[in-house]
Design a protein around this ligand. Structure first.
Ligand code: AMP
Ligand code: MG
Length: 406
């Protein structure tokens, strides 16, 4: 059985190269740029006034106070102004071009304008460059403003708009299909027989994918027969990534691995030293990747976050798509059988100067109801069987950590 770290190494070593597509810049939010974007002009494109006031020559404001005749106006979008003659001032607004000849702007609060606006008294002296953003101070034409590999957020969208990049190259999102398996499963709108349960994993996984920004196709429930599994896996292999839940443990009707062999899928691992989630399978056929996640709901949820998320993230160009990890202080003694790295539910909060970890009761890897109280998983090292209150433990924030409420 391989460790979690080894599983992650294997995953990384078998990823196809990310694809590239061109999208409208507004839909690039959350994507990763696949090209450098260069400034196609200086920004600002002219010496830009940063405050409302008067454009002057700094030398003309000394010794203050001094009174200057007002020789005109420059306003935002009002055309390029003519030059400022020595000993004069031009009324100017934020965002307007500074007239040639002026080298500073006096803010309006430091001025007294005559009633007829023909003269202005400057109350305090200014220095050369005050309140002016010189042409090109934010970007020079030709220099890169956004680099390939950069993740797009709202500020990046603004940069694209600034330089008129209406379409941009980003890494393509792989297409994903979800397949549930199990003779005991019925759909959400059905009344289960006494020996049946409703399929919840497919919807949980679809929601996890959605939080990550991935649409998915749901292929339904495959029955525990080789024929039905075969048919539905075939449909799943038309997508870049197929996520299957259930049917990967050692039971007589756990046929997923057998079906992988029918398709000549190369199984890269089929057991990981993780709790919950030991029987996780990762397989590949060419550029198609297939995950066989265990059927227990928390096993599926945790193994998705640990193994599927980093793969999907890297395939669309992210450098470190793993969920963020921190250390926090345990509020309680906890015990575990040693042997596997355990990801256990916790409520993590900030207290004074650090994260504190409230471990939640843990019934089993099927206890999805208990898990709804968690905003994080704390990571119980595999060589330990107990950890004490006050000890530091590693925590993995769940994707919606910052919006959850207790
Ligand atoms: P398996 O991995 O197929 O052996 O399933 C392990 C446990 O998870 C069994 O109790 C299944 O009934 C349950 N299970 C499997 N698939 C699902 C699913 N899609 N939704 C909810 N429970 C499931
Ligand atoms: Mg099953």
């Amino acid at each position: 059985m391989i460790s979690v770290e080894e599983a992650l190494r294997i995953l990384r070593a078998h990823l196809p190269a990310p694809g590239v597509e061109t999208v409208d810049f507004r839909s690039s939010l959350g994507r990763v740029l696949a090209e450098d974007l260069l400034a196609n002009s200086d920004i600002p494109p002219f010496d830009r006034c940063a405050m409302d006031g008067y454009a002057v020559r700094a030398d003309d404001t000394r010794p203050a106070p001094v009174e200057l005749p007002v020789a005109g106006e420059s306003r935002a979008g009002g055309g390029m102004p003519g030059s400022l003659a020595p000993g004069r001032a031009v009324s100017i607004m934020t965002g307007a071009p500074v007239p040639p000849g002026a080298d500073a702007v006096v803010v309006v609060e430091q001025c007294r304008t005559a009633a007829d606006k023909s003269r202005v008294a400057i109350l305090e002296p200014v220095s050369c460059g005050d309140n002016i953003a010189p042409r090109g101070c934010e970007a020079r034409a030709g220099e890169p403003v956004l680099r390939k590999g950069h993740r797009v957020g709202p500020a990046e969208i603004a940069v694209m708009a600034t330089f008129g990049y209406a379409r941009v190259d980003v890494y393509r999102k792989p297409t994903v299909a979800i397949l549930a398996t199990g003779d005991e499963l019925v759909e959400v709108d059905r009344q289960p027989r006494p020996d049946q349960i409703r399929n919840s994993n497919a919807y949980c996984l679809a929601a996890q994918l959605e939080l990550l920004g991935f649409p998915s196709d749901y292929l339904g429930i495959a029955r525990d027969t080789r024929e039905d599994l075969h048919r539905k896996v075939a449909a799943g292999l038309e997508r870049d990534i197929l996520i299957i839940t259930g049917g990967v443990s050692m039971g007589e009707y756990d046929l997923v691995r057998d079906v992988f062999r029918d398709f000549d899928l190369e199984i890269l691992f089929n057991k990981v030293s993780i709790r919950p989630g030991k029987p996780t399978v990762f397989a590949r056929k060419g550029d198609r990747l297939v995950f066989g996640l265990p059927g227990n709901p928390i096993s599926a949820l945790i193994t998705f976050e640990c193994f599927v998320r980093p793969v999907l993230g890297r395939l669309c160009g992210m450098m470190s798509p793993e969920l963020p990890r921190m250390k926090g202080e345990l509020l309680r003694d906890v015990r575990q059988a040693p042997g596997r790295t355990a990801f256990l539910p916790a409520w993590v909060s900030w207290r004074e100067d650090g994260w504190v970890v409230d471990p939640l009761p843990w019934k089993s890897s099927a206890d999805i109801i208990g898990f709804t109280g968690a905003n994080a998983a704390y990571i119980f090292p595999k060589h330990l069987d107990r950890m004490g209150r006050g000890e530091k433990v590693e925590i993995m924030f769940l994707p919606d950590f910052f919006v959850r409420q207790r």
